[in-house]
Design a protein around this ligand. Sequence first.
Ligand code: ZN
Length: 294
Amino acid sequence: MRLLVCGDLHLKPAADDYDLDAVSPPEDVDAALVIGDLTHRAGDDDADLARRFVERLAPDVPVVYVPGNHDPDPMPAEVVAPVSGATAEHLSARTLGDLTVVGWGCERRSLTPPLPQTEFDALDPRTFPREDRRYVADRIADDLLDACHRVVSGSASVREAAASLGIADDEAAAFHRGVETMEATYERLSERLGGRSDALLATHVPPFGTSFDRHHAVGTRETDREHLHTGSIALALAIRDHDVFAAFSGHSHAFGYDAGEGGDGRPHLLNLGFRGVGVATVDPSRGEFAFTRR
Ligand SMILES: [Zn+2]
């Protein structure tokens, strides 16, 4: 299966740096995935633009449109409704050839992570010297993932997880709420992934703790956040616990590919970056995963 993958195009009605009428899927692809933020503002003219984009692809290949936070409910469903062969997938699955694509998008524009690290002293790399922060951010991310995994797998209570991370007493209630929200998302993802083999995930938000989910604050006044991981903990744990062959994501506007520890490099995690367009070859039965950026 060869997939055209487009992410974070952020199409704007007034922009003239692209020509939608010239868009067409490469001849050798079998399906197209749009992994969110197809538009920028989700207005009526943005929805028209999104539909025109999907219509350029859909006569030739099936199109899966996963909503981003910039194209919140109900826009994607309305965009694809009149387009034959196109569907919007959020916490739902679609079979494409011998692959099953599980979509996880966004419902709202604002995305506050359930466990923002900067709200917990023990998880905040900014309390460390600047030169140590990158390393510390990675170490904390690993510890946070492991602690959350113990909770979702039932081997530890939230209280034990908080203690292992050194969460302060006056932050315990916020930590508890955050873990509960994360766990609810994990359960919803697990319902869609459980029992499947070789699932393909198409998500807008990237998994937490990857090489491409760092805060895109470099060069802004939020530059002290640049090492923070901002992806989804629930998604990272769902990928860990289920048979996921590959996961495509966007949102962070960072390009990156992480191979997993499975024998054939699974799970393959790919984030194509801002206006990221690529063609991926995905064949779990042969353990084959490859991509080129366009
Ligand atoms: Zn986004």
